[in-house]
Write a protein that binds this ligand. Structure first.
Ligand code: ATP
Ligand code: MG
Length: 564
């Protein structure tokens, strides 16, 4: 049986891939070239991951190439820190641009020549209207605009003025170069948009060579054409710019005319995906940098402990559509949980310890019990965990007065200590001042070693535990969503939607000794708690810091079960 129909179906799995497949089939193109064009004015976020996965994914699926192009035409907001972080993040996601790394700023000379060509063809003019006047002349959605009084100056005058702009002889804001299209167009983008503006700013790559900079709409399409891009994929807000994209390419003598295709950008519940707003969170200290584990940046997810596979799977799962929508953040959390469920070794860790003394267990005795490393992966084997007379369990796993349906430890109740023994609570010790339980005293049944009773009696709960003398101390950082509101941007100020308890730092956690040598970036499941990752910035040998990647409860699986 032939594999090809299946391969074709996989390849043409969304409307963009269908266009690409048909362009290849009907000979419009013999190979595919896409690009991911970030502006280096911030770190990449999960929305960019969708675009990366789409552009690089199409190149991969159709045997083409994908360029990484820095859209660095605005000198004021851009920075090499961002250039470096973008490359690191794309690579970490698992994509490779080979030697196809470009900068729009490398085309400044050619873009300038294209602008001159536009002037020579009578399709651009230097305009001295102020910003305010320009707005007034532009008209509105219902009213046509008016022609600028500078619109009909001669080609020679325009050429001379543009040259003066380039030489820095005119002040910032004194004039702009505008395309001469149609001030009455129903599409406001076509009402003589700006092509070049004066900006006496230092550029992170071209230094002080230029004091005029091309506008996005002009630079972007031409950069695509210069690079031989076949399919220029962008987000929906550029749909109204497509006629302008095409207009520039139609006027000028360009090597090719790429096809712009728009898709819906990713929006996520409880999340803000705008570089400007993310920058504000960083600058105003609402988070601890771009890679704060609560940030929806690739760097943040990486530090939190997300795997590149989980993010790629998420991007595949959400698909590519033509209509804007918002994806439930639970779906992203489901992707990482699903990945780590398969891969992460299990361990026992007590985050909020309560001391347990097994009164009938010999003092000084230590037994090694055998624990399964990963029930999802038979090959992961077992490890031994020390058990002794004094242990820690979670404070939450004990109630002196158990509420109804509370089956964990309480006076007189028998429970299982995972992989070890059944224990029964006999008494408690309290702080005489506060009345708080500081120690729980139990007895164990030596016949239940391994966790089962030979007489077949059952217990209703199984607790994780750590042997006190063997415990490794650690700090654990419990993260909740950065925003408490499902749609943080709907209110007046997105900062009002910040979740005041998005980070809980829990010092003095007690880990089983096998975790002592975990390295930064290592991921592990703390049984009954969630998935955790050793922090790459704060963790030190002997002073481990773990980030909670995600808890175990899968909201998305529940949503799917309910049928959406
Ligand atoms: P932001 O709106 O966050 O400032 P941007 O669009 O200005 O993002 P760019 O650096 O220009 O950021 O984006 C690079 C590429 O990533 C563009 O092609 C853009 O369309 C795409 N992109 C940006 N945000 C999203 C998103 N939320 N979903 C999908 N693609 C996105
Ligand atoms: Mg942009």
């Amino acid at each position: 049986m032939s594999e090809s129909p299946k391969a074709e179906a996989a390849v043409a799995s969304d409307f963009i891939r269908q266009i690409v497949a048909s362009d290849l089939k009907n000979g419009k193109h013999t190979s595919v070239c896409t690009r991911f064009p970030p502006e280096p004015n911030g770190y990449l976020h999960i929305g960019h991951a969708k675009s990366i996965s789409l552009n690089f994914g199409i190149a991969r699926d159709f045997g083409g190439v994908c360029h990484l192009r820095f859209d660095d035409t605005n000198p004021v907001k851009e920075d090499v820190e961002y250039v470096d972080s973008i490359q690191e993040d794309v690579r970490w996601l698992g994509f490779d641009w080979g030697d196809k790394r470009f900068y729009a700023s490398d085309y400044f000379e050619r873009l300038y020549e294209y602008a001159v060509e536009l002037i020579q063809k009578g399709k651009a003019y230097v305009c001295h209207l102020t910003a305010e006047e320009t707005r007034a002349y532009r008209g509105t959605l219902t009213e046509p605009g008016r022609n600028s009084p500078y619109r009909d100056r001669s080609v020679d005058e325009n050429l001379a003025l543009f040259e003066q702009m380039r030489r820095g002889e005119l002040a910032e804001g004194a004039c702009v170069l505008r395309a001469k299209i149609d001030m009455a167009s129903g599409n406001i983008n076509l009402r003589d948009p700006a092509v070049y503006r004066i900006k006496k700013a230092h550029h992170h790559r071209t230094g002080d060579k230029w004091c005029i900079y091309p506008m996005y709409d002009f630079a972007h399409g031409l950069s695509d054409a210069i690079e031989g891009i076949t399919h220029s994929i962008c987000t929906l807000e550029f749909e109204d710019h497509r006629p302008l994209y095409d207009w520039f390419l139609d006027q000028l003598d360009v090597p090719c005319h790429p096809l712009q295709i728009e898709f819906a950008r990713l929006n996520l519940t409880y999340t803000v995906l705008s570089k400007r707003k993310l920058l504000q969170l960083v600058r105003d200290g609402h988070v601890d940098g771009w890679d704060d584990p609560r940030m929806p940046t690739i760097a943040g997810y990486r530090r939190r402990g997300y795997t590149p596979e989980s993010i790629r799977n998420f991007c595949d799962r959400i698909g590519v559509a033509k209509a804007n929508s918002t994806v439930d953040v639970a779906m992203l959390e489901h992707s990482i949980r699903e990945d780590l469920n398969r891969r992460a070794p299990r361990a026992m860790a007590v985050l909020k310890p309560l001391k347990v003394v097994i009164d009938n267990y010999p003092d000084g005795r230590v037994e090694e019990v055998s624990a399964v490393n990963n029930p999802e992966d038979a090959g992961a084997g077992t490890r031994s965990v020390p058990f002794s007379r004094v242990l820690y369990i979670e404070q939450d796993d004990f109630r002196e007065i158990p509420p109804p349906k509370y089956f964990r430890l309480s006076p007189g109740r028998e429970v299982r200590l995972r992989y070890a023994y059944f224990v029964t609570c006999q008494s408690v010790v309290k702080d005489p001042q506060t009345g708080e339980v500081t120690e729980v005293h139990c007895t164990y049944d030596p016949a239940t070693r391994g966790g089962d009773a030979p007489d077949g009696r059952k217990v209703k709960s199984t607790l994780h535990w750590v042997s006190a003398p063997h415990a490794v101390d650690a700090e654990v950082r419990l993260y909740d969503r950065l925003f408490a509101a499902e749609f943080p941007e709907r209110g007046e100020n997105f900062l009002d939607a910040l979740n005041p308890s998005s980070l809980e730092i829990v010092p003095g956690c007690k880990l089983e000794p096998s975790l002592a040598n975990r390295q930064p970036g290592d991921r592990v499941q703390f049984e009954r708690q969630g998935y955790f990752c050793v922090d790459t910035k704060l963790s030190q040998p002997g002073a481990l810091v773990f980030n909670r990647i995600v808890g175990l409860k899968d909201a998305w699986a529940r949503i799917e079960k309910r049928g959406g």
